[in-house]
Design a protein around this ligand. Structure first.
Ligand SMILES: [Zn+2]
Length: 385
């Protein structure tokens, strides 16, 4: 049967533009025609705009707000549109913070240098971000996705740091602003069923959400909307039948499953990696399983197969599952898939216009409500006249 569970491109297009589309589409409809996003509307009204994510800036969710392509895989083109497409002579996005430096460097036409020429600060660590004075900034803190917050070096900004920096810049425009902040790696960690990674990123998102509510409490004209494009992994708390979930076990962990898998796949000693990453008991029988999986993976690597080889992918999944079984079992966390699931997701809203977010809503309704919010926005409409 046809896919009837959304990916981030179609889900993002729905809540950025108010239109449903096919999986993989970046703000284009079923006929590949461009759909206007709420960020583009904000820019038309003279507001400042920002995109903040822990994934690559060219990943589906940030992409749907400021580019229009028929496939989410065309990341070079997405980054090029961020630079080339203008509204009223201005770049669409004033604040770009996240991962994916490789799409802004010399492999893709030195977009970063072009942004710099146009007045953007270029930053690549937390100190530089905090010192940035320009109202416009391009910050890329890793080549691809940013490392999970539990594993990240301290030079990296957290999601809340990026959000706060974005707010301090966008806030200067008296016509207001639109800012999208994505806790992207909740999904990235849920795909391989990594509960430690998921909770690391949920914690990061919670801090950013709290910070946005604090901002809205002192800026009463601000609407905050928090939602998800879909759920991932079918994560269940209280696996089994004893009505217990044990988050304390997860709190004791020192690294995510993704991190430990990467370390072992890169050739480090499994026992050492587990010892450094695990905060709860790791059964010795399970250690044998990890060692065997590491050995199988190494054999494939020695044959010259790379990450794109399906056999390597399968062996890596096996290794990661072996690493994660004890924390999933001890915390009583269950999973049903390595993909997305189709159940409803929660949406929370705060501030003016928030009463429109209630009951059972289509994902397109979020965008419609935000378009309405801009239509009713006295500040920017008055200033436009
Ligand atoms: Zn996903």
């Amino acid at each position: 049967p046809k896919e009837n569970v959304t990916d981030s491109a179609a889900g993002g297009t729905a809540f950025a533009t108010g239109h449903k589309t096919y999986n993989g589409a970046i703000s284009v409809d079923n006929n590949k025609k461009a759909l206007k996003s709420v960020l583009e509307q904000a820019k038309e009204q003279g507001k400042s705009t920002g995109l903040v994510t822990t994934a690559e800036l060219t990943d589906a969710t940030p992409a749907v707000y400021a580019s229009h392509v028929d496939s989410r895989d065309k990341k070079d083109e997405i980054a090029q549109q961020f630079y080339n497409d203008k509204i009223n002579g201005q770049h669409k996005v004033d604040v770009l913070l996240g991962g994916g430096s490789k799409y802004f460097g010399k492999e893709n036409g030195n977009l970063d240098k072009n942004f710099k020429k146009d007045g953007y600060d270029l930053v690549s660590n937390k100190t530089q971000l905090l010192n940035s004075q320009s109202d416009k900034v391009l910050g890329t803190f890793s080549e691809k996705d940013m490392p999970l917050q539990i594993d990240a070096p301290s030079k990296n900004p957290l999601l809340v740091d990026m959000e706060q920096s974005a707010l301090s810049k966008l806030d200067k425009n008296n016509k207001g602003f639109f800012l999208m902040v994505e806790g992207a790696s909740i999904d990235k960690a849920a795909h391989p069923n990594d509960v430690t990674g998921v909770m690391s990123e949920m914690g990061g998102f919670e801090k950013a959400f709290q910070n946005s509510i604090d901002y809205a409490k002192t800026h009463k004209d601000t609407l905050v909307v928090a939602t998800a494009d879909h759920s991932t992994g079918g994560m269940t708390i209280a696996k089994g039948k004893d009505y217990k979930w044990n988050p304390e076990a997860i709190h004791k962990m020192k690294h995510s499953g993704m991190y430990m898998t990467k370390e072992i796949a890169a050739g480090k000693d499994p026992e050492k990696v587990i010892k450094e990453g695990y905060g709860i008991d790791f059964p010795s029988k399970q250690m044998d399983k990890v060692k065997q999986a590491a050995k199988d993976l190494r054999k494939l690597q020695k044959e010259g197969k790379d990450d794109k080889d399906p056999k390597v992918a399968e062996a890596t999944t096996k290794l990661q599952n072996a690493i994660q079984e004890p924390i999933n079992d001890t915390s009583h966390t269950g999973w049903t898939t390595n993909g997305h699931t189709g159940e409803d997701v929660n949406t929370y809203a705060y501030g003016p216009g928030s009463s429109k977010f209630k009951g059972n809503m289509e994902n397109t309704k979020s965008a419609q409500n935000i378009f309405d919010f801009f239509k009713n926005d006295v500040t920017s409409n008055q200033n436009q006249q």
